[in-house]
Design a protein around this ligand. Structure first.
Ligand code: MD3
Ligand code: FE
Length: 217
């Protein structure tokens, strides 16, 4: 399904694609928030740098990560969890920038989640070759709340499976400015990112940045 919206000039190039019930792609939705997003990202990375975390199984992730908001997502040999403290600095994560909150809430509202109130934003950075293997996001307390993801920079092939790991996966290209709202029946679907191909984007250089907004607690 695809339809055009002409509600205001800046959002006039946004269109919707439903991947399955509960998974709505808002193409170009983040473009009107762009300058403020990049200013905020630079400030966050200066306070809490991107780092390659280690999984409980002992593998170093190819994706570099950081967080902002009341909670950050961390993994180490002890397991995966949301934590109020950045293990690198020993301090709280940077506050969720206003533009991030607005973008996440506006996108969720577009998809029918009028009272989404994210308390965590995981920021993933992919260089060429980086990937994220098939997984579910189920560390959040209330899976009735959606996750909002924002893609920036070079494109990625997103793998979108079903409720079981064995279910067949759709491959969807996510490009700069695309926002996806994942809720309802899609909330616990398996998903991942294929190894990124080398590319260049004027705003991010040779990387892809993905923001995922969550209600962790
Ligand atoms: C589908 N990130 O951080 S965003 C993650 O592009 C993650 O960095 C990917 O998977 C990335 O956990 C994919 C798309 C996404 C995020 C959360 C989902 C898809 C989802 C939760 C449920 C179903
Ligand atoms: Fe995920």
């Amino acid at each position: 399904m695809s339809l055009n919206l002409f509600d205001d000039a800046e959002q006039s190039r946004v269109w919707h694609e439903e991947l399955c019930p509960g998974a709505l792609v808002l193409r170009h939705f983040a473009l009107s928030y762009e300058p403020a997003i990049f200013a905020a990202l630079d400030e966050i990375a200066a306070q809490t740098p991107f780092r390659h975390m280690v999984t409980p199984g002992g593998f170093t992730m190819s994706v570099a990560m950081t967080s902002c908001g009341s909670y950050g997502w961390v993994t180490d040999r002890r397991g995966y969890r949301y934590d109020k403290v950045d293990p690198l600095s020993g301090k709280q994560w940077p506050v969720l920038p206003e533009v991030f909150r607005k973008l996440a809430e506006d996108a969720a509202a577009r998809a029918g989640f009028a009272d989404f109130a994210p308390d965590a934003c995981l920021i993933n950075r992919y260089a060429a070759g980086a990937r994220l293997s098939l997984h579910q996001d189920k560390d959040e307390r209330d899976i009735g709340q959606p996750i909002v993801s924002v893609s920036l920079g070079i494109p990625a092939i997103f793998l979108f499976g079903g409720a079981c790991r064995e279910d067949k996966t759709q491959r969807i290209q996510l490009t700069h400015g695309d926002v996806v709202v994942w809720g309802g029946p899609a909330r616990l679907h398996f998903h991942g990112i294929s190894p990124l191909k080398e590319a260049h984007h004027p705003l991010t250089g040779d990387v892809r940045i993905n923001l995922t907004f969550r209600k962790a607690t």
